[in-house]
Write a protein that binds this ligand. Structure first.
Ligand code: SAM
Length: 366
């Protein structure tokens, strides 16, 4: 087995988040996606080479993201091209990919697309939805009218149906729901979103509004802290803590009224709630995630200001060994723990505005 690098805090590499486009078909003000892609997007073959190189360094899980990854017409082709990495023996010295996941707003996830993604070899889908009525969805997605919000909501609800019918089983964690909550945007949607997820049998992942990028107008006052979200939902449906998996992003909770179902069948889905508390309870200590933008710039932290352009190792002709070496060097030098440092700036109230420009969420993909 080739030696797997550890970063300067002793953290291994485990997850690659690969953005396929910076563009999005929604305009969520907390994310601020781009209208245009950067000029120099990676080709499909370059993306496969990148994934293979990171797998050699320890990546076992690939998350495809954006912008909106379903805008990429070659998404299924990419997933299919990565299957040989999945079929490798777990003990293969070159490493093996265990899972391919997708994060999407679901607007373009029709029945046929869901089937194609499943057939190509996608394992899991997380859909994003920030409200259960047209006005809330419109506000959070940057749409002009409640009617436009209603149309998006309808598409996302249909996407949940299509994904389930295509075989993405929420009871096995293969279909989940993401929601970003902000104090003035959609705090009133907390219980309706939890009710929807419970009804649909989906695990809801509540994400604290993060200070990613420079243009989403982030203010500490707008963050709805994870413990407040859990307390409010727990008052309606009592919860018990499950904990955060090693290297995971989310602290998980189990609904007491569904604990028996979950325990008896091992089922997941609507019996659980998850919270991503990147602001109030950072989890940099065991972060194993590397991010690569649609044009091939690697970032070792969601909040990093500087990335490493990998294109010189991919073009004109890729050299797999040199690419892996460049990525290994990058990981060995990694020291980021931005969210923990942010907390230390003001130990009293926990958060402060970042002082230097950071990469935008649309490039990094969450
Ligand atoms: N377009 C896809 C989607 O909507 O899921 C994938 C990309 S999006 C950047 C990935 C996730 O990041 C979404 O769940 C989105 O809500 C979340 N996100 C974006 N900006 C955020 C922010 N400032 N704070 C917290 N989460 C954010």
């Amino acid at each position: 087995m080739a030696e797997r690098p550890l970063d300067l805090h002793g953290r291994p590499l485990g997850v690659l988040r690969l953005s396929l486009t910076a563009r999005c078909n929604l305009a969520c003000p907390y994310c601020c996606p781009d209208l245009e892609d950067p000029p120099d997007l990676l080709t499909l073959a370059e993306r496969v080479a990148l994934v293979e190189a990171t797998v050699g360094l320890g990546v076992h899980t690939l998350r495809l993201t954006g912008g909106e990854p379903l805008l990429n017409r070659r998404l299924e082709e990419l997933i299919a091209a990565l299957q040989p990495l999945r079929r490798r023996d777990p003990g293969d010295p070159r490493g093996a990919l265990r899972e391919i996941a997708l994060t999407s707003n679901g607007v373009l996830l029709g029945a046929e697309r869901a089937r194609q993604l499943k057939a190509a070899g996608l394992d899991r889908i997380t859909l994003s939805l920030d409200g259960t009525d047209g006005a809330s969805v419109a506000r959070m997605a940057g749409l002009g009218s409640p009617a436009a919000g209603d149309a998006v909501l309808e598409k996302v609800l249909a996407a949940i149906r299509h994904a389930r019918e295509a075989g993405f089983d929420p009871a096995r964690g293969a279909l989940k729901l993401n929601a970003v909550l902000t104090r003035s945007g959609n705090a009133d949607q907390l219980l309706p979103l939890a009710a929807l997820a419970r009804e649909q049998g989906l695990e809801l992942r509540l994400i604290e509004f993060m200070d990613v990028g420079n243009r989403n107008g982030w203010e500490p006052e707008q963050v709805l802290p994870a413990n407040e979200m859990v307390a409010r939902i727990g008052a309606a449906w009592p919860l018990e803590p499950v904990g955060r998996a090693p290297h995971g992003t989310a602290g998980r909770w189990r609904y007491r009224d569904r604990a028996a179902d979950a325990d008896a069948s091992g089922a997941d889905g609507g019996s659980h709630l998850a919270v991503v508390a990147s602001i109030t309870a950072p989890f940099c200590g065991d972060c194993n995630r590397l991010r690569i933008t649609a044009d091939g710039v690697a970032y070792s932290c969601l909040f990093a200001a500087d990335g490493t352009d990998l294109k010189p190792w991919l073009r004109p002709d890729g050299d797999a060994a040199r690419l892996e070496q460049a990525l290994r060097r990058l990981w060995l030098q990694r020291r980021d723990r931005y969210s923990e440092e942010r907390q230390m700036i003001r130990p009293g109230d926990g958060v402060a505005t970042p002082s230097r420009p950071q990469a935008e969420m649309a490039y990094l993909g969450g």
